[in-house]
Unconditional design. Structure first.
Length: 395
């Protein structure tokens, strides 16, 4: 099938909540704003509840619905499987899709355990030998200001990196009566703030510096141990049954750790969903011998850069509004100064993936990158369980 003379790629997306909505708009918008070698077709939406899935499919423009992900993978018109489900199902769906010769985009964190992530990375490596590709959805790499930061660091602008400071602060579960959800259930989510948002800053800092985290010393904390179960809640697995009034929280509310990077930098990380007043503050500051960068997702079109090689008398942090045509991704959007938002990084993710598929290259972040993050998350949990003992990350 072709559209405007270009080949199409049928997408089958499993899951349709927060991430499903973000991915749907990305698949729809990508060909409208970017000149793509492959045009995505929203072929099938997968969800167990046929009625609810059909409603969402209509809203977001999916052509059909499948209630079993195995049937979705088996469809001839699906060439790429997009996994937007909780972590406990990532490994089974991704491995089955890759074995069936379908490309895969999988939401982060890659899996709920290192063992699952290893199996997924192995399946991806095997599939790549036959031209089938896999990518994990660490979308913040594709915020233009952060892509620019990566460019500056890779060009050596900051010199030798000494400090990495990363935080991901939200407050949506600060209240003890915020209802229980799958994100508080270890069997579904793998971990709490650590995997949900901490995974982003682990991937992002490794991406920005081009270095790896080699060891950690960590603390995890759960402040609220039980939460009310919402009436219509049906997503529990093991920790409570539907109809129960309260469910036990089995994940961390906050994760803090110190780390070392392979190039010698020292680092601090903080991920919490209880930082009252902070809504989605992913902040990174990196200091090197020749300068620094600072970024806050709550002001996502701006990158701060400090040039330490300038004369002290007029040196100072410079505010770069990352909206110029020469900035990453921006030429496809608006005139300078016309800001973009959270959802655009998902469109950039779809664009980069489609370009990689068309040129037969491995899209990044790869499943191997996802596995590297998973190993850091596991080391954090191990360290925290052992009174913050220094824990090396297997490389
Ligand atoms: C998706 O990338 C995601 O990590 C969500 O799962 C988090 O809950 C969100 O707050 C940040 O983005």
């Amino acid at each position: 099938m072709t559209v405007d003379g270009k080949p199409t790629l049928g997408i089958g997306m499993v899951g349709y909540a927060f991430m499903g909505a973000a991915h749907s708009q990305a698949w729809r918008n990508a060909p409208s704003f970017f000149d793509l070698p492959l045009v995505p077709r929203l072929a099938a939406l997968g969800g167990r509840n046929a009625e609810a899935a059909a409603e969402v499919a209509g809203k977001f423009g999916w052509e059909s619905v499948e209630t079993d992900w195995r049937r979705l993978i088996a469809r001839d018109d699906v060439g790429l499987v997009d996994i937007c489900t909780p972590g406990d199902t990532h490994a089974a769906i991704a491995i089955a899709a890759l074995e069936a010769g379908k490309h895969v985009l999988c939401e982060k964190p890659l899996a709920n355990s290192v063992a699952e992530a290893e199996a997924m990375a192995e399946a991806a490596e095997k599939a790549a030998r036959t031209g089938v590709r896999a990518m994990v959805g660490f979308t913040y790499r594709r915020v233009p200001a952060l892509s620019l930061a990566r460019r500056l660091i890779a060009e050596g602008t900051l010199g030798q990196i000494r400090h990495v400071r990363a935080q991901y602060l939200q407050d949506w579960i600060s209240d003890a009566d915020t209802p229980f959800s799958w994100r508080m259930d270890k069997t579904k989510a793998g971990s709490g703030a650590l995997g949900d948002i901490g995974a982003h800053i682990v991937d992002l800092t490794q991406f920005l510096t081009g270095e790896r985290i080699t060891g950690v010393s960590a603390m995890l904390e759960t402040f609220v141990h039980e939460r009310p179960v919402p009436e219509a809640f049906s997503g529990l697995s093991g920790t409570a049954t539907t109809g129960a009034e309260r469910a036990t929280v089995t994940v961390d509310d906050a994760a803090l750790f110190l780390a070392r990077f392979s190039g010698g930098a020292v680092a601090s990380f903080e991920a919490t969903r209880m930082a009252s007043g902070r809504k989605n503050a992913l902040r990174v500051e990196i200091n090197g011998t020749d300068g620094a960068i600072a970024f806050d997702l709550e002001n996502m079109n701006v990158l701060h850069h400090y040039d330490h090689t300038e004369a002290a008398e007029h040196a100072g942090y410079k505010r770069i509004l990352v909206t110029e045509a020469g900035h990453p991704y921006f030429a496809a959007w608006w005139p300078p100064g016309h800001l973009i938002g959270y959802e655009h990084s998902f469109t950039h993710q779809a664009v980069d993936l489609l370009n990689a598929l068309a040129t037969g290259t491995d899209p990044e972040p790869t499943f191997a990158d996802g596995l590297r993050v998973q190993r850091v998350l596991a080391a954090v949990e191990e360290s925290a369980a052992g009174d913050s003992v220094w824990t090396p990350v297997p490389q």
